[in-house]
Write a protein that binds this ligand. Structure first.
Ligand code: MN
Ligand code: MN
Length: 438
């Protein structure tokens, strides 16, 4: 319960990859980690973090063995589905000012209307200054949101398939309605622009170089009368990110170097400089190898070949409301511990990292030796759907990788649910893996 309360508070203020990264840096520094840019040489027990473009963080606790003997790696992603403001978002229509969005990741669009939303992100000005935006979460803040059609006039809308009940171009955020005084042309837009200028020092053109995410407003909450669960925005996959990060923060001097990599862009294919496919991780490990006196290319490949990884992402919690999409024997259940997926993907395991049983056996041993409760599962029944993770990308470096994680209900909805017991067991499982995997 105590651990989960810390997670609940962290999640409530970490609604974007950037804010997650910023808050992680604070925790890491409190736990004695130092920025890699201030480090010249490394020795066992050193605690180091590296940040990539403010959206992607990597932590290391240097082991007593040389890096080339391999690392024990925990990975997760810290981006979540949401609505992003477009680069030209602002328009006035029928006396209202609206902000146009483009959704990010896989969402059921009808879930994102008629609810309080916050605006979180950055506006980057031409002179190099960066304005942090965070409106809607502090007590007394205004919120924004997207309107939904009243049920009284929805007869036609409700006949549409779910996919088109609310269409992507209709996800426009209502942001204001006061007109500027004595203004003939678009007075509400004029008033809104003045407000942006006065309160935030933002000009309309600055949206071109902005990244503002429209996310559910408000805190994550204890769920259930017994408070056994947490309902919150962005458990996928910050719940695995947070628990992995907490596990590495507990490490003292391991035998094998501990690593925790938290990446962006998983929800859109792990692309870009801050996604898992980026060379950033490799570059950071090379930086560490150089600080340990290794310089050959073969040292790099040896390090990865000898490494082992738990690639964590949320799994699907069995939902009694929708049993038909699951296969009960191979499903994850709330309260039964950390999940291991031998494979993910869709169809005939397409797009998955199908973990080696030799490696899975070692993971089982480590979990059992440390009394960690675990379960195994698939992402739904065969041919119903599926999903991917970052596991196969790390496996490309020729290391052993197993998909792990915490199961959630209503994945990708504005509010997702996890079991506190699973959150805690995952944290314990990650700590055991860092400590005892060899
Ligand atoms: Mn996801
Ligand atoms: Mn995920």
């Amino acid at each position: 319960m105590d651990f989960n309360e810390e997670y609940r508070q962290f999640l409530s203020v970490s609604k974007t990859e950037r804010t997650f990264t910023d808050n992680s840096i604070k925790l890491a520094e409190e736990a004695g980690f130092v920025n890699i840019d201030s480090v010249k040489k490394i020795k066992k027990g050193d605690r180091i973090y590296s940040v990539n473009r403010g959206k992607n963080i990597c932590l290391f606790v240097i082991g007593s063995q040389p890096l080339t003997e391999g690392m024990n790696i925990l990975g997760a992603h810290i981006d979540s589905p949401r609505l992003d403001l477009k680069q030209k978002p602002l328009f006035e229509k029928d006396g209202l000012v609206l902000l146009d969005t483009h959704y990010y990741g896989g969402i059921k669009k009808y879930q994102w209307v008629a609810r309080p939303m916050a605006l979180v992100g950055v506006v980057c000005k031409k002179d190099g200054t960066v304005i942090n935006i965070n409106i809607g979460d502090k007590p007394g803040d205004p919120v924004v949101g997207i309107s939904d059609l009243l049920v009284h006039l929805s007869a036609k809308q409700l006949e549409k398939p779910g996919r088109t009940v609310v269409e992507g171009e209709k996800l426009d955020v209502l942001a204001g309605s006061i007109p500027a005084k004595d203004e003939e042309k678009e007075p509400v837009r004029k008033y809104f622009l003045e407000l942006l200028k006065n309160e935030y020092d933002i000009e309309e053109d600055d949206f071109i170089s902005a990244e503002i995410e429209v996310v559910p407003a408000g805190e994550a909450r204890d769920y259930g009368l017994d408070r056994s669960m947490i309902l919150g925005y962005g458990h996928d996959d910050r719940v695995c990110g947070y628990t992995s990060m907490r596990a590495i923060m507990d490490m003292k001097t391991p035998k094998r170097t501990s690593c925790c990599i938290l990446v962006d862009k998983e929800e859109i294919g792990s692309v870009g400089a801050t996604g898992m496919q980026s060379r950033y991780f490799e570059q950071t490990v090379i930086q560490l190898l150089e600080m340990q006196g290794f310089e050959k290319l073969s040292d790099v490949s040896r390090t990865f070949r000898n490494s082992r990884m738990l690639s964590s992402d949320v799994s699907i919690a069995f939902d009694p409301n929708y049993p038909e999409v699951m296969e009960p024997k191979n499903s994850a259940y709330f309260g039964k511990g950390i999940c291991f997926n031998k494979f993910t993907g869709r169809g005939g395991k397409g797009g998955s990292n199908d973990a080696n049983p030799e490696f899975i056996a070692k993971v089982r041993r480590v979990m059992d030796d440390n009394n960690v409760m675990f379960q195994t599962c698939e992402l739904g029944a065969v041919d119903v759907g599926g999903g991917g993770t970052i596991a196969y990308i790390l496996a490309d470096l020729n290391m052993d990788v197993l998909d792990a994680g915490i199961c959630v209900q209503n994945m990708h909805a504005p509010y997702e649910t996890v079991s506190k017991a699973d959150v805690y067991e995952a944290y314990r499982g990650y700590a055991a893996f860092l400590k005892d995997m060899d």
